[in-house]
Write a protein that binds this ligand. Structure first.
Ligand code: SPV
Ligand code: MG
Length: 431
């Protein structure tokens, strides 16, 4: 009997999957691989069932001889261990990620032998409806809110990207890259105060109030499924913060990060060039505890951001504060720096981890931008926020277009550098 292999990375079995199974089992003994959590998040979408539940789902299908867990979207381990005679796959090789997978299967076939059998993908109303329902489930507040804590348990380091609108949300939702035989995407979105303010032509001084910030959040929630971390500035008055925690939690936001500053807040990247006042440990702890006390779920996270390094108060001050914030109930700490080198962040994290092995650490590598996610993870950092690059990318591009049209008295010169209008009208799907 030939060995036949096919991979499932889904939470629901529909007629398209059954069609593949029926065709595959005709070729020999069928083993179905179930993609593990990490690989599924990188490649396809966030699982709504546990790995065990997904394995059980496939085991119950007639014609499936064996079910195994595939630990990567790439097939190297499968070819090394199972050496299948046939790999059966849908013919939906449309995007770059799928092309990388196809190339990987072909590379392995060249090395180990075997044959790739492609089955026409089932496109119909029913399959589309099931797919759409899955996306809706991911977007519901309860599921989305819980997703940040879940993903923290699934990945070594969680990568969060800045958004400031529905469109930027869509980009972070959908961008998938494939490189070095692997596939990856962002785990969530950062609603930056700097970018939300700048996009409205306002300074980053808590002038753009929560009502306005909620408008941006609502636009992003409307078109995405990934978890949201809100930059909550100082959190404002404790008496106001508690109401905002409730609102954010109810909307499905996963976390708010508040910083230990008081008075007129200025952006941290100004450092000591402008007057900035740090809150007392006592006051800030009281704000954190008040926020934690009003929360209705276990999923919502209040993360305490420490500005001691920004304000050049040193590591000891930062450590004292961060340990106190955790004691007051913070679900994570964010340590910020505006140094070009990551050394002070590494030193702080190493020292913090001596006594606290579990509290998630968040960093924002804007100024120390040469450090990689892997290096940060090796110092115990769990969440990396790329806090402003989407807006910073848009600004020079838009200025360049404005200058070109003004100089040339027409838009022909810039046409080659901007998205064709035939494309822009199609990037947003209609229902
Ligand atoms: C933001 O993105 O608004 C932040 C991070 O608070 S920073 O700008 O680095 O202070
Ligand atoms: Mg901010």
């Amino acid at each position: 009997m030939s060995t036949v292999y096919t991979l499932f990375c889904t939470d629901v079995i529909h007629e398209g999957h059954l069609n593949i199974i029926n065709k595959a089992r005709e070729l020999g003994d069928l083993t179905v691989g179930v993609l593990n959590d990490d690989a599924m998040i990188r490649y396809n979408r966030f699982p709504t069932l546990s790995l065990e539940e997904r394995v059980e789902l496939v085991k119950g299908i007639e014609g499936v001889k064996d079910v195994i867990v595939q630990n990567s979207v790439m097939y190297d381990e499968i070819f090394e261990t199972l050496k299948p005679d046939f790999v059966v796959h849908g013919d939906n090789w449309g995007d770059a990620a799928m092309q990388t997978i196809k190339a990987n299967i072909e590379k392995n076939i060249e090395k180990y032998g075997g044959k790739l059998v492609e089955i026409p993908y089932t496109y119909n109303e029913n399959v589309k409806k099931i797919d759409d329902r899955m996306m809706e489930k991911l977007a519901l507040p309860d599921f989305r809110r819980a997703r940040l804590k879940k993903v923290l348990g699934m990945r070594d380091v969680v990568k969060i990207m800045q958004v400031h609108s529905g469109l930027t949300g869509l980009i972070v939702e959908k961008t998938v890259v494939s490189e070095d035989d692997n596939i990856d995407q962002f785990d969530g979105m950062w609603l930056s105060s700097l970018c939300d303010s700048t996009d409205r032509g306002k300074p980053d001084i808590e002038l753009v109030d929560m009502t306005s910030r909620l408008k941006t959040i609502s636009e992003v929630l409307d078109v995405t499924t990934k978890p949201i971390i809100l930059d909550g500035d100082t959190g404002g008055l404790t008496e106001h913060f508690v109401y905002n925690v409730r609102t954010l939690e109810r909307l499905g936001v996963s976390a708010v990060i508040i910083e230990d500053k008081t008075g007129l807040k200025k952006n941290s990247l100004f450092g000591t060039e402008v007057a900035q006042t740090q809150d007392s440990i006592e006051n800030f702890c009281a704000k954190i505890s008040a926020g934690k006390a009003v929360q209705r779920t276990d999923d919502f996270m209040i993360i305490a951001r420490c500005e001691s390094l920004i304000l050049e108060k040193g590591q000891e001050d930062a450590l004292e504060r961060c340990h106190a914030y955790v004691k007051a109930g913070a679900d994570g700490i964010m340590i910020h720096s505006r140094q070009k080198s990551p050394k002070e962040i590494f030193d702080f994290c190493d020292a913090f981890r001596e006594t606290d092995k579990t509290t998630p650490i968040v960093v924002v590598p804007t100024s120390f931008n040469e450090v990689t996610a892997e290096e940060l993870a090796s110092h115990g950092i769990n969440i990396i926020i790329y806090a402003n690059q989407m807006l910073r990318a848009a600004y020079p591009a838009m200025t360049h277009v404005a200058e070109s049209i003004l100089k040339n008295h027409r838009s022909a010169e810039i046409e080659g550098e901007i998205i064709p209008f035939k494309q822009i009208i199609r990037i947003i799907d209609e229902l």
